[in-house]
Design a protein around this ligand. Structure first.
Ligand SMILES: [Zn+2]
Length: 426
């Protein structure tokens, strides 16, 4: 396992998390080693961090066991995060986590000593002395989110709450070869950082790829990436922990965690619900969140939404198959037939809703952003038709995903941040 770099510029970041055993930290750093896949295992994709093997702690309730300290610390940190600047008292923390007040005091003392939490004043309480409220210190840690699209790169620096504090954009040719892409991306990350030492870099790009190993597969349109160990290459170049995921999963994670732009838009998607994030840009893919957790599947290949065949012997797709929803959709967009593209997308969304019984369909990506109304209306019409046909209530809502053009990059930063708060990841 490569060494975790120190964080001289930012007190209380990776060293702190590593010492505390906050689940996210171990997940993140486990991804660094060649044996990283074994660290989480099959159950790591589904269980609550820190509770694997005990069967306890599934759900939000805390467990007063020393072995689960890291899980509990993540619960407390997450409550501090969601309480925002107003803060939350220790008593409320105990009530919300189900932990004893003593356990909460111990955890918050440690978080304060590490610079992650601080006092946010006092609040009157009914019949007792005023209670001290605590809040998260957003600037106590940062993560980089890097979105590599086929023709453009976006990189953001986020604080612990997921808020973007710096951003860069640059043209990118994903077909320019691994050396050029890695070098270009590393240069943009370094330029973004200034003197800040982040927890690590989350990278999001078109799939398919292996999230656990950080190895790319035959990225649609760029088969030459097959087998390239992007995580290892970027980690070696930057000297930072790196996590790689599909653009769609990163964006879905960002929405599920509900920070940054997502919370700014007043979204209520962070409540453990199930939704599909459909991304239509240079390609078409889906990020699936089931029960508040990104569903990646056993080989982290889930969400290859764009390459479901919906027209036998249809036009040839870049993936090698015929009649994929992606090629039909992109062809229609290319012809300017946006309503038809929306209808095709709606057909795919309807299939997903029928298969997974999800609560919500979110649309994102550059093509959707340029024609929001057409796509929301077109996909929504398919959902309405579906609801009429099947009965049983209102159609599944279709909305534009929060986060806008930065949604994927912000979500990529959450690949490192969310696990610290026990959120969004199994
Ligand atoms: Zn295809």
């Amino acid at each position: 396992m490569p060494e975790t770099p120190g964080n001289p510029g930012v007190p209380g970041t990776s060293g702190v998390f590593a010492n505390q055993g906050v689940p996210g930290a171990s997940g993140v750093f486990a991804n660094q080693g060649a044996a990283g896949a074994g660290a989480s295992g099959v159950f790591g994709n589904h269980g609550v961090p820190g509770s694997t093997g005990t069967g306890a702690g599934a759900g939000a309730a805390g467990v007063n066991l020393p072995a689960l300290r890291s899980h509990n610390a993540a619960l407390v940190l997450d409550l501090l995060r969601t309480a925002g600047a107003a803060g939350i008292s220790r008593l409320e923390l105990a009530e919300r986590t189900g932990l004893t007040p003593q356990a909460v005091s111990k955890i918050t003392a440690r978080l304060r000593a590490d610079g992650l939490a601080t006092e946010a004043g006092r609040r009157a309480s009914t019949g007792g002395k005023p209670r001290t409220v605590l809040r998260l210190v957003p600037e106590a840690g940062h993560a980089v989110g890097l979105h590599l699209d086929r023709d453009e790169l976006t990189v953001v620096l986020c604080d612990l709450t997921g808020a973007v504090v710096a951003e860069r954009r640059a043209p990118l040719d994903l077909g320019a070869g691994a050396d050029a892409v890695v070098e270009g991306a590393a240069g943009e990350v370094s330029a973004l950082l200034g003197g800040v030492s982040p927890l690590g870099v989350g990278v999001a790009l078109p799939g398919p790829l292996d999230h656990t190993l950080g190895v790319l597969h035959r990225v649609t349109g760029f088969p030459e990436w097959d087998g390239f160990a992007l995580r290892e290459a970027l980690a070696a170049r930057l000297g930072l922990p790196v996590v790689v995921d599909k653009d769609t999963n990163a964006a879905a994670l960002g929405v599920a965690v509900g920070t940054g732009a997502a919370s700014g838009s007043g979204s209520g998607f962070a409540g453990g619900g199930s939704f599909a994030y459909l991304h239509l840009g240079t390609g078409l893919g889906a990020g699936l969140v089931i029960g508040g957790v990104v569903h990646r599947g056993a080989r982290t290949g889930a969400g290859e939404f764009g390459h479901q065949v919906i027209q036998l012997d249809g036009p040839l797709c870049e993936c090698g198959n015929r009649g994929c929803i992606e090629v039909l959709c992109l062809d229609a967009v290319g012809r300017g037939a946006l309503a038809e593209a929306a209808r095709v997308l709606g057909a795919g969304a309807g299939n997903l809703v029928g298969l997974l019984d999800i609560d919500l369909v979110l649309l994102g990506g550059r093509t959707v952003a340029a024609h929001e109304e057409v796509f929301v209306r077109g996909v929504g019409a398919v959902m309405e038709e579906r609801a009429r046909r099947e009965g049983g209530g209102a159609p599944v809502p279709v909305l534009v995903a929060p986060g806008g053009a930065r949604g994927v990059a912000e979500g990529a930063a959450q690949l490192l941040l969310a696990p610290l708060f026990g959120r969004g990841e199994g």
